[in-house]
Design a protein. Structure first.
Length: 288
């Protein structure tokens, strides 16, 4: 996603220098070279997988950045990690923001939904970049300053939890229609829902696209990964005594997909690939 974000910013004439361990896409050879190349005060945007990789990159950058610089974590870090990183960087005079980013592989063309956590001053400083990354139109329709450090990723966590539930509902409807012998045009049924119905959505559009590409989802296994945000959403629901049966059931359905052969979970896997480019597991060869 970071590669496409760089391209979107450059298309708007914003100068961007990017570092990646892949020599085919990086602009500089190291983080140290990146910091030397970007003039101070710097805005450095981190877009790497959550967990140990993010921890390592932010720790390394904390030793290279200078007071007055701003570091933005745009990955899917857990909000509690943001608060830890914010405190560590603040002790060095470095500002920190967390930004939940939604848009997947389509963000380069369509723009990204953005949820920011941090101070009002830091958000204002980053606004020229945020405005280019988001879709055109009213800022409030695609960007929100949610609150202090951690709030952006908390909002993105809940966003992804809702996404789990939506995908599961579409997928279960798909399996039910596929099972019924009176349904003669399964792909056409979903296509006809795209306009005028109360269940129309971008996820439904991607569902139709997935069926156009592979009408029976024959090339996709029903094994579905979970990337962490669904689990964190359920944990937060428990911690705050908020009933979340739909999101919880959708998460558990992903666990069950690793044991059964399920058309519904094939559709969830197909949808994850459509919106986010997430890898799908190829269907196992038939033993018949």
């Amino acid at each position: 996603m970071g590669f496409n974000m760089r391209a979107r910013l450059r298309a708007a004439d914003i100068e961007v220098t990017g570092y990646d361990r892949n020599p085919e896409v990086t602009d500089v050879a190291s983080l140290a070279e990146l910091i030397a190349h970007v003039p101070a005060p710097r805005l450095i945007w981190v877009m790497v997988p959550s967990g140990a990789i993010t921890e390592s990159v932010i720790t390394d950058l904390s030793e290279l950045l200078e007071p007055g610089d701003l570091l933005v974590d745009g990955g899917n870090s857990r909000f509690t990690e943001d608060q830890k990183h914010g405190e560590m960087l603040a002790s060095k005079g470095i500002s920190f923001m967390d930004v939940g980013v939604s848009g997947g592989v389509w963000g380069l063309e369509n723009g990204y939904g953005l949820m920011a956590g941090g101070s009002a001053e830091d958000v204002q400083r980053a606004l020229p970049v945020l405005d280019v990354l988001r879709p055109e139109g009213e800022r409030a329709d695609s960007f929100v300053h949610v609150g202090g450090i951690g709030a952006g990723h908390y909002a993105k966590m809940v966003h992804n939890g809702i996404e789990y539930g939506l995908m599961q509902a579409y997928a279960e409807g798909y399996e039910l229609l596929a099972k019924k012998d009176i349904i003669a045009d399964l792909p056409g049924t979903f296509r006809a829902w795209q306009k005028g119905t109360v269940v129309r959505s971008w996820l439904l559009d991607l569902m139709v696209k997935a069926l156009d590409e592979d009408p029976g989802l024959e090339t996709i296994d029903d094994y579905v990964e979970d990337s962490g945000e669904g689990r964190w959403t359920v944990e937060e629901a428990i911690a705050n005594a908020v009933p979340a049966p739909a999101i919880t059931a959708a998460l558990f359905a992903r666990f069950s997909s690793r044991e059964d052969n399920s058309p519904a979970m094939k559709m969830v896997s197909a949808l994850r690939h459509q919106f986010g480019g997430h890898a799908t597991k190829p269907a196992s060869p038939s033993t018949e």
